[in-house]
Design a protein around this ligand. Structure first.
Ligand SMILES: O=P(O)(O)OC[C@H]1O[C@](O)(COP(=O)(O)O)[C@@H](O)[C@@H]1O
Ligand SMILES: [Mg+2]
Ligand SMILES: [Mg+2]
Length: 335
């Protein structure tokens, strides 16, 4: 764990946990994400003081108004990943198509692709509520030395070599997995280092929080309506507590610490759901499973869904295994 080096008065952070299992290149890639997160964190913390609030005046491929912080975070992560010479391609919520990175020697021989939601929880930016960043990392599947193709990005979530999120909250944390458990690091902004504050994160045995935007209740599928009524019924360990922050990263992170289920179902407004499979649901699903939880679309394991398009949306149920399975039961019974 951390050791205090009296002469430097600094924490010497031993990168335990994640680096034991990841290759040098993957470690360097994750380090570049940690660096970019520090830059975004610096801006998020000043959002009210510098001109970073409000909309950027254009919309993204999703048809959503891009917030200035969406655009800023997108640029920081793309520039950092490009300059670090480790990725051969990047896909982002804020980019219509994927970006090909040739590499310094123009040989297209970098090994990894990154898919990301550079700023998650955009509706919370202007109201000073926590937001996040989500990332997903795959090894390319097309031949090295050739430009990446869409196939490198449309891989099922089970192929991810790493996945994680940053939550810019009361503290800034980066939480990620390389397939051998989940580790959480808290940023010490005064010296710019990350401290392994949450080693080997696991969902608690049980959860008593359900997190869903109940304002959409009338538009929910019957199975979700039935599950919400189940959560609210006075019986056994219920009623559960309802908590909804409105940023996936924050709602998911709270559930990992306290136990709970997060649901963004299909609605009549968003028949496929709102969350994107490739750079929101897949990475969060890998973390959920690595932390002993579960993630599905209400019927099928998220990580086994074969993607068809870069920005496709899926319904998303994730959290404590027993809670997700109970919700799936209501979904199946309502079919
Ligand atoms: O406001 P709604 O419809 O409840 O949606 C909230 C969800 O939308 C999101 O903000 C979508 O993510 P982006 O902000 O990255 O577009 C999630 O973070 C959040 O869980
Ligand atoms: Mg998002
Ligand atoms: Mg976003």
């Amino acid at each position: 764990m951390a050791k205090i080096n009296q002469s430097l008065g600094e924490f010497i952070i031993e990168n335990q946990g994640e680096f034991k299992y990841s290759s040098g290149e993957l470690s360097r890639l994750i380090n570049s994400i940690r660096l970019a997160a520090k830059v975004v964190n610096h801006k998020v913390n000043k959002a009210g003081l510098v001109d970073i609030l409000g909309t950027a005046g254009n919309s993204n491929v999703q048809g959503e108004d891009q917030q200035k912080l969406d655009v800023f975070a997108n640029e920081v992560f793309i520039n950092t990943l490009t300059n670090r010479e480790i990725v051969c391609g990047i896909a982002s919520e804020e980019e219509d198509d994927f970006i090909t990175i040739k590499g310094r020697n123009e040989k297209n021989d970098n090994k990894y692709v990154v898919l990301m939601d550079p700023l998650d929880g955009s509706s919370n930016i202007d109201v000073n509520v926590s937001v996040g960043t989500i990332f997903s990392i795959f090894r390319r599947i097309t031949p090295s030395g050739t430009p990446v193709t869409i196939d490198d990005f449309l891989q099922p979530g089970v192929n991810q070599v790493a996945a994680g999120y940053i939550v810019y909250g009361t503290s800034t944390m980066i939480v990620y997995t390389t397939g051998h458990g989940v580790n959480g690091f808290t940023l010490n902004p005064s010296i710019g280092t990350y401290y392994l504050s949450h080693p080997n994160m696991k969902f608690p045995e049980d959860g008593h929080i359900y997190s869903v935007n109940e304002g959409n209740y009338v538009h929910f599928p019957q199975g979700v309506k039935d599950y919400i009524k189940y959560c609210q019924k006075e019986e056994d360990d219920r009623p559960y507590t309802s908590r909804y922050i409105g940023s996936l990263v924050s709602d998911f992170h709270r559930n990992m610490i306290k136990g709970g289920i997060y649901i963004y179902p299909s609605t009549s407004k968003d028949p496929k759901g709102k969350l994107r499979l490739l750079y929101e649901c897949n990475p969060m699903a890998m973390i959920a499973e690595q932390a002993g939880g579960k993630a599905s679309n209400g019927f099928q394991r998220i990580l086994e869904i074969q993607p068809t398009t870069l920005h496709q949306r899926v319904p998303f149920f994730s959290g404590n295994t027993n809670m997700v399975e109970k919700a799936e039961e209501f979904m199946s019974n309502a079919k």
